[in-house]
Design a protein around this ligand. Structure first.
Ligand code: HEC
Length: 126
């Protein structure tokens, strides 16, 4: 767990520098194995994960009845959840949060990693 945090922190630091993409393979071999962590964006990665695993309960139409009043559809809603820690807390099964997706398998490590990267890079609307 500590290792992942350190990797994330260095990833964040390196993402600010332009050399980040050149070095990515060497720096994060265990995370990048079979998992594309380059160029993680809301529109290409995060939105699809949320849409397939979360919006059944957290869409605009469903969140009041099935999502505990937490709306995650659209960038602004997801950004709020990223900023208040709920998004990462729930998908990593942090005991301070309700584990998500509720009643279903945890997201696979690659998807969790991509969402963490997206949040660490500022949860941008990209
Ligand atoms: C089967 C319905 C269902 C699915 C699917 C689901 N949720 Fe939830 N979610 C809920 C309910 C209900 C709550 C209210 C808290 C509770 O009952 O655990 C909740 C609460 C939350 C909260 C606030 C919890 C807190 O502790 O602050 C977040 C954030 C959240 N969900 C994110 C997600 C994400 C991200 C996914 C997809 C990976 C997801 N949920 C999938 C039903 C669901």
């Amino acid at each position: 767990m500590k290792k992942i945090l350190i990797l994330l922190l260095s990833l964040f630091a390196f993402s600010i520098q332009s050399c980040y993409y050149d070095n990515e393979e060497e720096l994060y071999p265990q995370i990048t194995d079979g998992c594309d962590t380059t160029n993680v964006t809301y529109s290409n990665n995060v939105q699809k994960i949320i849409s397939s695993r979360c919006l059944g309960c957290h869409s605009d139409a469903s969140y009041k009845d099935y999502g505990g009043g937490v709306a995650l559809e659209g960038y602004n809603n997801l950004k709020s959840s990223a900023d208040n820690g709920g998004l990462i807390g729930t998908i990593t099964h942090n005991p301070d949060y309700s584990a998500m997706p509720k009643g279903a398998n945890k997201l696979d490590d690659c998807k969790i990693e991509q969402i963490k990267i997206w949040v660490a890079q500022g949860a941008k609307n990209n």
